[in-house]
Write a protein that binds this ligand. Structure first.
Ligand code: TXA
Ligand code: MG
Length: 322
């Protein structure tokens, strides 16, 4: 499936495919999504088949307008409207109690539903023409790196998808922040561009962060958002030593770095990303895909600082590395 240029005809055609229960890959500001009509359980089932995703993993429902929260959720707290006013359209997903009418196929059998209004003109155009909600996970095979270009979707999902709308590169490049609003205390389930401090400032209440322990036991690796090549996180100070040691063993090594000191590393497969967190985020997934495509023995990833600005990157790198 080659990506389709966006114009009034292709948007109408994509909406028609969704109404027929087909799959449409859509650009969002975070990553490309693999979309289906969220009100049609058979269409939603095709998403799980195309991704190879376990059926108990819930999907995000994308909407054109914040007011559509009422079509999908009940017991909507004031906090949801506050966050919608401040951050939608944008890279924030809210988990709320689901309406009885929301298919369990969308929510992975849970009584909650995840909702988001994406900030991408193509996604919003399609959502408005389609009229309903579009259930969409990231448009990659389960456990792999999310796509940030239409071509990534084409490479990975091929003909399992009926249309790929080409919206160019995703501007944010990392998946949305997910906040659970179903408890008295809001909890971040996945960090993203919208930070904990930003959420706390709007809500005027503490927001907790679901702890994510990295499983280190062999065979139980938390491999998600992961390249196929083994990737390792290295402190900036130890990366050079690791690199030399692997090269001495005759290994083919790729390096993903951002600090100026590593920009001259004599490595054929060095990708040097911006030092600034937002620009790094936008470039990260393409860089990991590129390094993965070289068929190397290993990839060394320079560890960013453990500060809030880099929280989303650190979360994804933790999952992409061994
Ligand atoms: O930026 C994004 O969020 C992208 C674009 C396409 O919108 N989507 C995305 O979807 O990253 P996916 O399926 O790869 O990740 C969705 C996450 C999963 O970790 C899932 O567990 C969580 O959302 N989720 C969905 N519904 C949930 C629910 N009811 N309760 C808790 N977590 C939920
Ligand atoms: Mg995903």
């Amino acid at each position: 499936m080659t990506p389709t240029a966006v114009n009034p005809q292709s948007i109408e055609q994509a909406a028609a495919l969704l109404r027929q229960g087909k799959l449409v890959a859509i650009p969002t500001e975070t990553v490309y999504g693999l979309g289906a009509d969220a009100a049609n359980p058979e269409a939603v089932a095709k998403i799980f088949a195309a991704k190879g995703r376990p059926a108990d993993h819930p999907l995000i429902v994308h909407m054109a307008y914040a007011l559509q929260i009422k079509d999908w959720a009940i017991d909507i707290p004031e906090a949801a409207w506050q966050l919608a006013r401040e951050f939608w359209p944008g890279p924030l997903t809210m988990v709320l109690r689901k309406k009885a009418s929301v298919p369990l196929a969308v929510t992975g059998g849970q009584d909650t539903v995840a909702l988001r209004v994406p900030n991408n003109p193509v996604a919003l155009w399609l959502l408005r023409v389609f009229g309903g909600g579009i259930a969409a996970p990231s448009a990659n095979r389960f456990g792999r790196i999310s796509p940030t270009l239409a071509q990534h979707v084409a490479d990975e999902l091929g003909d399992a998808v009926d249309c790929i709308l080409d919206g160019g590169p995703c501007s944010v490049g990392l998946e949305s922040t997910i906040i659970d609003l179903t408890d008295s205390q809001p909890t971040i389930l996945r960090p993203g561009r919208i930070t904990r401090s930003q959420l706390e400032e709007v809500l005027q209440t503490p927001v907790s962060l679901k702890s994510q322990h990295k499983i280190r036991a062999p065979g139980m690796l938390a491999a998600h958002y992961a390249p196929g090549t083994p990737a390792y996180l290295c402190e900036p100070g130890s990366l050079l030593n690791e690199f030399d040691a692997l090269c001495a063993q005759g290994k083919q090594v790729g390096v993903l770095a951002f600090s100026p000191e590593l920009s001259e590393l004599p490595c054929e497969h060095l990708l040097h990303l911006p030092h600034e967190a937002e620009a790094y985020e936008a470039a990260l997934y393409s860089a990991l895909r590129k390094l993965d495509s070289f068929g190397l023995d290993s990839i060394l990833v320079e560890q960013p600082p453990a500060i809030e600005e880099w929280a989303a990157v650190n979360d994804r790198l933790g999952k992409a590395t061994l």
